[in-house]
Design a protein around this ligand. Structure first.
Ligand code: ATP
Length: 303
């Protein structure tokens, strides 16, 4: 059973094709990240899934339902946190949550909701006095009020400081642990890598990379980098360097650990130090940069 199913989704605004026939599935309880540059088509995809827009072509199913046709049944079972929230600035946080509870069939208790989203200390603060990150948390609080089976989070941690971001990650992970399926967009690649078990990277309406997070990154090249001692010309290195960035020798390869060992042995035999040595497997950021530079840029619509 899939919780979210997207098959050949196409959506245009007038002549402009924002989403061009994409497909992906999200399993129940999974956290799926939809990634890509500004204007890639992420929000449009999310809006179709949430039933705000109908697809031009293709089919989407959320919890087995068609969000365009079964709008109210889908709405009752999903939570949505889009980019621009409309709050009443003169209500307090607690009053805002209470007002929203009136619209929800079996709402979470107010205090539990504030506790869950780290807003308990702000209950009596007026919305107009909240910071940008706190407003995002209030958005999240409203999105989880109905104990949704699927949650759509559009840039949930935008504007948050590192601690608030980490707290929000914990909330998201806790919700997924309770079985909530989560589709999120984010520009913070570390966040996507940390949270999501699957992802799709969109570019100009197409999916350009995607699948299981661990599998996708395992197939990417890792990185070894260090400051080349000034006495050593790059040609003398025991493993040919991929690029020199000033005095920084950079390797991009499948086995960074083995290469680092060879380099360290070589340096120690010569009494050299490899200053600033960095050894790591691929990150989502590496994948993004590779895609941006045109490598592996074989566009496809399906994960
Ligand atoms: N209502 C609209 N009318 C016309 N064009 C639109 C409309 N909404 C979005 N677009 C265009 O469709 C494209 C995809 O937009 P979308 O908001 O889905 O991108 P996104 O990946 O979510 O971007 P961001 O990261 O900036 O939020 C953009 O080029 C945008 O300008």
């Amino acid at each position: 059973m899939t919780a979210i199913q997207v098959d050949g989704l196409t959506k245009s605004y007038g002549d402009f094709a924002a989403v061009k026939g994409i497909s992906f599935d999200v399993a129940p309880g999974e956290i799926f990240a939809l990634l890509g540059r500004n204007g890639a088509g992420k929000t449009t995809t999310m809006e179709v899934l949430a039933g705000f827009q109908a697809p031009d072509e293709g089919t989407v199913r959320v919890l087995g339902l068609d969000p365009a046709r079964d709008r109210s049944r889908v709405r009752a079972r999903i939570g949505i946190m889009l980019q621009e929230a409309g709050f009443f600035p003169d209500l307090t946080v607690a009053q805002t949550v209470d007002a929203w509870r009136d619209f929800v069939a079996a709402p979470r208790p107010r205090d539990e909701t504030l506790e869950l989203t780290g807003l308990a200390a702000k209950a009596t603060t007026k919305v107009r006095q909240l910071s940008g990150g706190e407003k995002r948390r209030l958005d999240l609080a409203l999105a989880v009020l109905s104990r949704p089976d699927a949650l759509f989070l559009d840039e949930p941690t935008a504007g948050m400081d590192p601690e608030a971001r980490r707290n929000t990650w914990e909330v998201i992970q806790r919700l997924a642990g309770q079985g909530t399926t989560i589709l999120l967009t984010t520009h913070y690649l570390e966040e996507a890598q940390r949270l999501a078990s699957s992802m799709a990277i969109m570019d100009q309406g197409l999916i350009v990379a995607g699948g299981g997070m661990a599998e996708t990154l395992a197939a990417e090249t890792g990185r070894v980098a260090f400051e080349l001692p000034s006495s050593v010309p790059p040609e003398e290195l025991p493993v040919p360097v991929t690029t020199m960035e000033g005095r920084l020798a950079v390797y991009r390869l499948a086995d960074p650990d083995l290469t680092a060992r060879t380099l360290l042995n070589w340096a120690s035999e010569r009494g050299l130090r490899l200053r600033g040595l960095e050894v790591r497997t691929a990150t989502l950021e590496d994948l993004f940069l590779d895609l941006a530079s045109g490598e592996k840029h074989e566009k496809k619509a399906t994960v």
